[in-house]
Design a protein around this ligand. Structure first.
Ligand code: ADP
Ligand code: MG
Length: 234
């Protein structure tokens, strides 16, 4: 089992969209995948997949109130996923290492090939970091976003977590950072995802773009990314 953290140091860069679509793509490529929305402060997966009535959440698992199986939902696409908090009172909950390590022990019993965590922007406790095998660091092609991404890369290096940079929403405008500049300062794998309005359209329709528009620029890029993840897992 590989546990992947989809992360960033800034919000709104595309973590949730990437997490949902790569989870579906890996599932379609024959792997057993579980997607977990661990962004308690600003959960998106239920919204993006169009779910109104959420009963059990990620926090119920962490608090030991429910088993993982009781919280797993199955989407029309076959995707298995766990949604995040649905009450304002939960938004400021602080997750501790003990809870996450217990969750990992439970996950190991379920035999998934990939468990993908969609997360809130920023760092995590080092104790929690050790749960992850690899991390995506998602950034937009702008200096502010990228400088923050580099800080997160240092954090992963310190904690021995393999990471790759995902430069999302590329439009090739003159004021964007170009990939050569990024390559000079980031020394691991870099994956590029173009800006694609079909992403916004699919969110509006509540249909994952990888299903709705499999040949869109975004979907093709996600498919290449999942192939890369599979290779990294060998
Ligand atoms: N490649 C892309 N092209 C166009 N819009 C995108 C792309 N990636 C993400 N978006 C848009 O950016 C917004 C933020 O995406 P989201 O996945 O919620 O970010 P995060 O989880 O990092 O906060 C959404 O409105 C989404 O439609
Ligand atoms: Mg998100």
């Amino acid at each position: 089992m590989r546990i992947l953290r989809v992360s960033s140091n800034k919000g709104g860069v595309g973590k949730s969209v990437i997490a949902i679509n790569i989870a579906i793509d890996l599932e379609n490529k024959g792997f057993n995948v579980l997607l977990i929305d661990a962004d308690i402060t600003n959960s998106s997966i239920a919204t993006y997949l169009g779910l109104a009535n959420v009963k059990h959440t990620f926090l119920d698992i962490l608090k030991g109130k429910r088993s993982i199986d009781e919280c797993i939902m199955i989407h029309d696409t076959g995707l298995r996923y766990v949604v995040s908090s649905n009450k304002i009172s939960q938004y400021t909950t602080i997750v501790n290492g003990k809870q996450m390590h217990r969750l990992k022990r439970e996950l190991l019993k379920l035999k998934y090939d990939y468990v993908i965590f969609d997360t809130a922007p920023g760092y995590i406790l080092e104790d929690i970091a050790s749960l992850y095998n690899m991390a995506f660091i998602v950034t937009e092609p702008y200096t502010g976003s990228y400088i923050s991404a580099l800080r997160l890369a240092k954090f992963y290096d310190k904690n021995n977590i393999e990471h790759m940079l995902i430069v999302n929403k590329i439009q090739n405008r003159s004021y964007e950072l170009n990939i050569k500049e990024i390559e000079e300062s980031y020394n691991s794998y870099i994956h590029k995802i173009p800006y694609d309005d079909n992403v916004n359209r699919s969110i509006q329709l509540q249909r994952p773009i990888i299903i709705d528009k499999p040949n869109s620029k975004f979907s093709r890029s996600i498919s290449r990314l999942s192939e890369r993840v599979i290779k990294m897992s060998d």
